[in-house]
Design a protein around this ligand. Structure first.
Ligand code: APR
Length: 261
């Protein structure tokens, strides 16, 4: 039995929850070895987003941007989902409806086996032509020399990720908002909650009646807005939550740990 004290309100809600929304950010993948964006070791402390993560930056220097994403793709290809990703997959056996809404482009939720994943900022394993929009397989294009060009129209190929100043993919956004409006519990995990409109998902869920619980080793704007805050790492807290959920679902009338357990 895990020793972490979990909020009673969360246990009570999870005991009967029909739908859980897990909203994740870079911190969810930190224990897998994916660098986060902000904070002392964050990507943006070394690189300038305006030089690497905008359409203007890409048009100004497509080679630099393409190589940077190819480099990140190589790193991501060598790493594995962590205990946090696996715990969210295990939750699917305990709660009828588990939806992942992620800001991460690393595809780790899907690689872990999560069924319903909405990617608000795209996926680094996909590419498309900036001119005709047609999709392109990454492997052919990760050839070392030059930025790949579209076979049909000759346009530049770019990663299928959302850059600063760009709209979120409409279908993913609408599906995320629907899931937020239907959730009994919203867990926000490993996000600084400063990039909008994605960061509004937990408050949409809370306004619709969900219990919002924020999980992060450092408190931030989302933990202040949440009903409960659990200070800790995704790869430790999520397995603890699922461990208690298993107990709750195996013995429905238990929300308080029995004496001596
Ligand atoms: N477990 C849980 N949380 C963690 C962990 C961990 N192991 N390690 C770090 N964190 C927390 C940090 O405390 C921080 O609050 O994860 C958060 C990561 O925040 P950011 O680096 O700002 O990442 P994110 O919130 O996903 O950024 C949002 O910004 O740069 C853009 O498009 C990019 O999707 C990204 C968006």
């Amino acid at each position: 039995m895990n020793s972490r004290e979990l909020p009673r309100r969360l246990l009570d809600r999870l005991a009967t929850a029909h739908s859980v929304l897990v909203f994740t950010g870079a911190g969810m993948s930190a224990e897998s070895g994916v660098p986060t964006f902000r904070g002392a070791e964050g990507i943006w402390s070394t690189f300038k987003p305006e030089e690497l993560a905008t359409m203007n930056a890409f048009l100004r220097n497509p080679q630099l941007v393409w190589e940077w994403y190819a480099h990140r793709r190589t790193i991501i290809a060598t790493i594995q989902p962590n205990a946090g990703h696996r715990a969210v997959v295990a939750m699917e056996k305990l709660v009828p409806h588990v939806v992942i809404v992620t800001q991460n482009i690393d595809n780790l939720h899907r690689r872990a086996g999560s069924t319903t994943v909405y990617e608000l900022h795209g996926n680094i394993e996909r590419n498309y032509c900036v001119k005709c929009g047609s999709p392109h397989q990454p492997d052919a294009e990760t050839a070392p020399v030059g930025v790949p060009r579209c076979a049909s129209c000759g346009g530049l190929i770019r990663p299928d990720v959302v850059w600063f100043g760009e709209m979120l993919p409409e279908d993913e956004w609408n599906a995320a908002v629907r899931a937020a409006n239907g959730a009994d519990v919203c867990l926000s995990v490993g996000t600084s909650g400063v990039v909008y409109p994605a960061a509004s998902i937990p408050s949409i869920a809370r306004r619709a009646g969900a219990l919002h619980v924020d999980v992060n080793p450092e408190p931030g704007p989302l933990s202040e807005a949440a009903d409960e805050f659990i200070r800790g790492l995704a790869g430790e807290v999520l397995p603890d939550i699922v461990g208690r959920l298993e107990e709750l679902r195996s013995r429905p009338n238990i929300t308080e740990p029995e004496k001596g357990l």
